[in-house]
Design a binder for this molecule. Sequence first.
Ligand SMILES: O=C(COP(=O)(O)O)NO
Ligand SMILES: [Ca+2]
Ligand code: NA
Ligand SMILES: [Zn+2]
Length: 308
Amino acid sequence: PLVTSKELFTKAYANKYAVGAFNVNNMEIIQGIVSAAKTENAPLILQVSAGARKYASPIYLRKLVEAAVEDSNLPIVLHLDHGESFDICKQCIDDGFTSVMIDASHHSFEENISITKKVVEYAHSKGVVVEAELGRLAGVEDDVQVSEKDAIYTNPEQAAEFVQKTGVDSLAIAIGTSHGAYKFKGEPNLDFERLQEIAKLLPNFPLVLHGASTVLPEFLELCNQYGGDIPGAQGVPEEMIRKATQFGVCKVNIDTDLRLAMTAAVRKELFADPKNFDPRKYLAPARTAIEEMVRHKIVNVLGSDNRI
Ligand SMILES: O=C(COP(=O)(O)O)NO
Ligand SMILES: [Ca+2]
Ligand code: NA
Ligand SMILES: [Zn+2]
């Protein structure tokens, strides 16, 4: 069924695992993710960004997710990723989303609180849960560009005050991750002391990790082997994500690893069969690549297998 993340996060927190939140843009991506979760008996968050709504149009994504729920019978959350305003959050809530993120983290602390509070009031009146963000990730999130200097890590005391004043259901934090395929200049590292401090001040409160793709080398190499040009990309090592799930992180956002898996499979297939012009011939392997990658994440990184 279509569910909110409330119970999913309560169980994830108690058992120290995280629920995968995967960005979706089309049918094959959704099918790949959902079949992986079905195989592994894992709860699932399918998240839609503003860019995805523009690309596929809201109604197609909504209906595709409805089909996924009906076909898989999994507990699935339909979540708005990086909602930029109260209006888009309201629109998605009215459209049947069970969870929305209001990302007002680039505003002042006070402004972030007031916008988030407004979304929480409306969402809760409709039985929908809210994710907000405090702190700034660098990197690219569709059309949200944050430069390195503006990236500010989450302040633990501010996080506690923010949650108390807004009534938000989960909080995306900045501890060193960033969006996209170029996450670290030097060695990858996350501020685990900061994470533990936030978790200590917000016991039993679900934290969200954005920019959590690993940029899996196998797909990076395949992309570059078959005509891609993605030099020097690197993500968050999987053991760091696993570690984060031990300190209150209940939702892990993954988009870039999906993109790389799909692109690698398509590039490889197009090279393999130059005579082919049936899209199904390169979209089916792409779907399978996504399915296998998501199964790997569920079992080896998130720990959300057999949690239904
Ligand atoms: O945070 C993300 C995705 O992050 P990645 O680019 O690391 O997949 N979406 O909101
Ligand atoms: Ca933000
Ligand atoms: Na989100
Ligand atoms: Zn994000």
